[in-house]
Structures are given as C-alpha cells and as structure tokens.
Ligand binder design. Structure first.
Ligand SMILES: [Zn+2]
Length: 416
C-alpha cells in the first residue's frame, strides 16, 4: 500500500481518491519512540500527513512508515495506568448489568493487552477470551488467568474461534479501531464471531473533539484513523452490523463508545444515537465542510505557543515539560521547539527516564527533579491530565512557578 507518488492515494475504506489534506504536520519522528542517547544519530523522520475522504469522510493517515518500524517496540501495559483499570471495572459492571452477562455468557475482547479488562469478567465467573497480537503482553494475561489467543483480529481469526463452537455474547474493542489499517476485515471479524443477539462495543477518540478543541497533537503515525459516528456507521454497515446506541466518554479528550449488533438483531436504536447523529450534522461532520480549515487552526495554536516561549526567553525564564507521551512529541515537533529551549521533561515511568524525547531530544527525568530544578514554567504536554498534575504539584507556586497548557491555545495558570 505504499504510495506511488503519482496522483492521490486511495481511501483506506472506500477506495476513492483522497483529494483533501486534513492536517500536514511535516516531517516527524515516531511519537512513542523515546531514545537512548546512543540512538539519537539514527533517528528517522517520516511525513505526518492526514487526509479526509470526500466520499466516506474518513480522516486517515498517509502510509509513510514501514510497519516493522512502528510495531517493533511494544512496551505499553494497560494495567500500568490506574485510570484505565478503573474505567475497565466500570465497563464490565455496566455491561454485565445491561446485557445480562453471566456464567452462561462468552465475552471476547480484541486487543486485550495484559488482561486488565477481562479479569473483571473472570472474577464474575464469566467465560472469556482475549485476542492480543503482542505475544509478550498476552503471556502476562495468561499468567493472570485470562485465556488469551495471540493473533491479529480479522475475519480469519474470528472464524477460527467461532469454529470451536461458541459465539460471543459481548465483544469489546477499546481504542483499537483507529489503529487497524484494514477496517473492513477487522469489523468483518465481529460479524463472524458475534452471536445473533450479541453486542459489540467500540471505543475511540471522537474526531468531533479533535476538530473542535484543535487536538492535533493526538495525531501520530501509529494512529491511522480519526473517527466520527457518521463514518463508523458506514464501516459497520459494510459488515452487516449496525450501531444501536452511543455513549460519550471523557477519555482521551472525548471518546465515543458505540454499541453494535447484527443488522437483524432486536436491539432497538436509542435516543442517544439520534442525538449524536444530529450533533455531528450540526458540526458538518457528515460533509467535507466540517473538515476543511483545520490546518489554519493548527497554525494558530503553534503561533500562540511560540509567542509564549519567545516572551519567556526574553524575560530570562526557564521552561520544562511534564509527561513524555505521544501528544507532547507531536506538539513540540510541529512547533519546532526542543532542547535546550525546554530544559527537561518530567515523567513517572522509569522506562522513559534517562531517555530523550523524539525529535527535540529533551532529557526525560524523574518527577522529583522538578523541586530541584525549579523551572519558571512547566508545560503539561498531556493536557487531558492537566487538572490532576496541577493538583498534585501545586507546590511549584513556592518558587512562583506556573503550569501551562498549550492546546487549544497557550494558557498560563496562576496557582494558589
Ligand atoms: Zn472513503
């Protein structure tokens, strides 16, 4: 699927030519690839361009990175995030109650990671199966008592599992739909494995929030799709599935959870589905107008941040960052700001400490350094956790330090 360079690429879902750029963030290193000092010289950059299809309105990343470069460094564990574990517990209890999931049911999770979600069902005595492509991560789940199949999910894997004689009453796919390049085959797998009255849920960051709050820093190479209800309904229909309910979640700056069933199943379409269709229509997400003009708004976010940085430097102030995650990498690389303008980035993960951020090569250091360095400004790069960080580290006001967020525009907080 590498682009030939002659003419526009084809939409990954409907195959129509892609004529509209959604966001061009320039040459960018892989956002999740923090570097050891000896890896800096070999760092590669790839164009980070997203386009929108004027036929199905799928916002999608260009195919610019060789797949082995993306997937060779998988070291993220869901259970390392307390927020996600709590989210998973709520999900399991809600689903069990609403869809009467019990000891006679069968629950399958796709991209089940280390089993952090399914273990809640295991505790309720519900038979489960995880499907996880990363063998090292699947092994952790299996050791924790969560049966897990090491496989990429699609029609073939689904048929193999269904052939064992049991279809799924509930299937969960949280934050995976946007990361799978062949969505037809992926969604087709749900049609194969879901029981006639079964329910599948899909969670993904809502492109409506990406546009409205200029969350362009959620764009990175490993993230292929930026999804609306409008487009996902088309993708589901291609596999004989339909959405019957939708819930809004606060995760990742605003996500949707879609409830999906077979076209012929008895689940009645809910009020919230009609409401979300109406809201997306109001925001023009069902036509190309809703997606054009985003590039100019991104440029304004960058201008706002560069003005702040230049002003701080003129006044002799020091700037540091908080949170060495993908968001900050995309943001700082697009702004062209790295070390030494940002002196260091604080992060809790010992796996990241001692490494350098992609592109800008800012040293990643333990949180404790903050109280020693006493920077004048700390830019909270994952803005979605800004409240939590400000609360936990309010002590920066002791040296008149200030927290800053840069999206949707640069804002300096006054603490205390
Ligand atoms: Zn399309």
């Amino acid at each position: 699927m590498t682009r030939s360079g002659a003419g526009p690429a084809a939409c990954r879902f409907c195959g129509m030519p892609l004529r509209h750029v959604f966001a061009d963030l320039g040459l960018t290193p892989l956002a999740n690839r923090n570097l050891r000092p000896d890896e800096v010289a070999a760092e590669k950059k790839y164009p980070l361009i997203t386009r929108v299809c004027d036929n199905c309105l799928l916002v999608q990343a260009d195919d610019s990175v060789p797949p082995d470069a993306i997937f060779s460094d998988y070291d993220y564990l869901s259970s390392a995030s307390f927020g996600w574990v709590a989210h998973a517990g709520h999900y399991c209890r809600d689903m069990a109650r609403r869809f009467k999931i019990g000891g006679d049911s069968f629950v399958v999770e796709i991209a089940s990671n280390d089993g952090y979600l399914l273990e809640h069902f295991v505790a309720m005595g519900v038979p489960v199966l995880g499907v996880e492509p990363a063998a090292n991560v699947a092994e952790i789940a299996i050791k924790a008592g969560v049966p897990t199949e090491v496989a990429f999910f699609g029609v073939e894997t689904a048929r193999k599992i269904a052939a064992r004689g049991r279809k799924a009453d509930l299937m969960a796919a949280n934050n995976v739909l946007a990361h799978v390049p062949n969505s037809r085959d992926f969604v087709g797998g749900f049609a194969e494995l879901l029981a006639p009255e079964g329910v599948a849920t899909f969670e993904f960051p809502h492109v409506m929030n990406l546009i409205e709050y200029v969350q362009f820093d959620t764009i990175y190479h490993e993230h292929f799709f930026y999804l609306s209800l409008f487009t996902v309904e088309k993708i589901m229909a291609s596999a004989g599935l339909r959405v019957f309910d939708v819930q809004e979640l606060s995760t990742h700056g605003g996500s949707l959870r879609l409830f999906v069933c077979h076209d012929g199943a008895s689940h009645a379409p809910g009020e919230r589905l009609a409401e979300m269709r109406r809201r997306e229509h109001e925001k023009a997400l069902d036509r190309i107008d809703g997606y054009t003009g985003f590039a100019a708004r991104i440029a304004a976010v960058k201008d706002s941040f560069l003005t702040f940085v230049a002003d701080a430097e003129r006044r002799g102030k020091t700037i540091a960052g908080y949170g060495a995650a993908a968001k900050g990498s995309t943001f700082l690389n697009y702004c062209g700001v790295g070390y030494p303008r940002i002196g260091e980035v604080y992060d809790r993960s010992v796996l990241k400490q001692g490494k350098l951020t992609p592109g800008g090569h800012i040293p990643i250091v333990p949180i404790e350094r903050l109280a020693e360095t006493k920077p004048d400004y700390v830019v909270i790069l994952p803005w979605n956790i800004a409240d939590e960080v400000r609360q936990n580290m309010a002590f920066i006001s002791e040296w008149d330090g200030h927290f800053v967020v840069a999206v949707p525009r640069t804002h300096v907080f006054v603490e205390g």
